[in-house]
Design a protein around this ligand. Sequence first.
Ligand SMILES: C[S@@+](CC[C@H](N)C(=O)[O-])C[C@H]1O[C@@H](n2cnc3c(N)ncnc32)[C@H](O)[C@@H]1O
Length: 222
Amino acid sequence: MIGLYGLVITGRRKNLQVKRVKMEHYYSKKQTSSFRPVKMIIRARGRTLDIYTAGGVFSPKKLDMGTALLIDTAVVKPGWRVLDLGCGYGPVGISLKKAHKSIEMVMSDVNSRAVKLTKMNTKVNKVDVEVICCDSFEKIKGKFDTIILNPPQTAGKQLCFQMILDSKEFLNDKGSLQIVARHQKGGKQLCKKMEGVFGNVCEAAKKSGFRVYVSERIENKG
Ligand SMILES: C[S@@+](CC[C@H](N)C(=O)[O-])C[C@H]1O[C@@H](n2cnc3c(N)ncnc32)[C@H](O)[C@@H]1O
């Protein structure tokens, strides 16, 4: 998802110029704007956390409502191995690790700036997690008890569908995929895809137009 361009008009009135510039998206691998981290306070899963964010990552000015719903309602059990896929600046994985110390948390994102911020935020919040910069499951090793995803819908339906498909291969038997999305803005299709891939899906939570969809990997032992 790199290589998208836009047009920008620069210069004074008599000397206007149209320049072709590379557009920056929260799902680009590298960001070109200067890196200016800003601290904000987020409240989720009964805790208040100091979190660094910056331009060039998803929802940098405030915690996204879908993210907040996912943090508050995600099911995580003691000792689980958890993947926060597309972790952004890290609010989901860090909140869950803070709330459930015994879990093994792996966090990954394609955006190197998001990964840098997540690493900063794990230090500030003193959580021991693994943070990986990679495209989808490229460098992800082993299987998980749950995969948690606020999907990059702006990057396209195909990518989100592929993430759902690939997740199945990275889940243990009875492992779950937990996804948040706005139901009327693509969520319905993601839910349908989850049902198609896993053979089951349920709506575990809903608030302000967002829903959390959960599918379970059930291995055929026949
Ligand atoms: C909707 S944002 C959610 C971020 C964070 N989990 C949150 O809820 O605040 C989706 C994230 O997926 C990441 N992403 C997009 N394409 C990706 C890919 N191919 N592989 C891994 N992460 C990707 C984006 O960089 C972004 O951080």
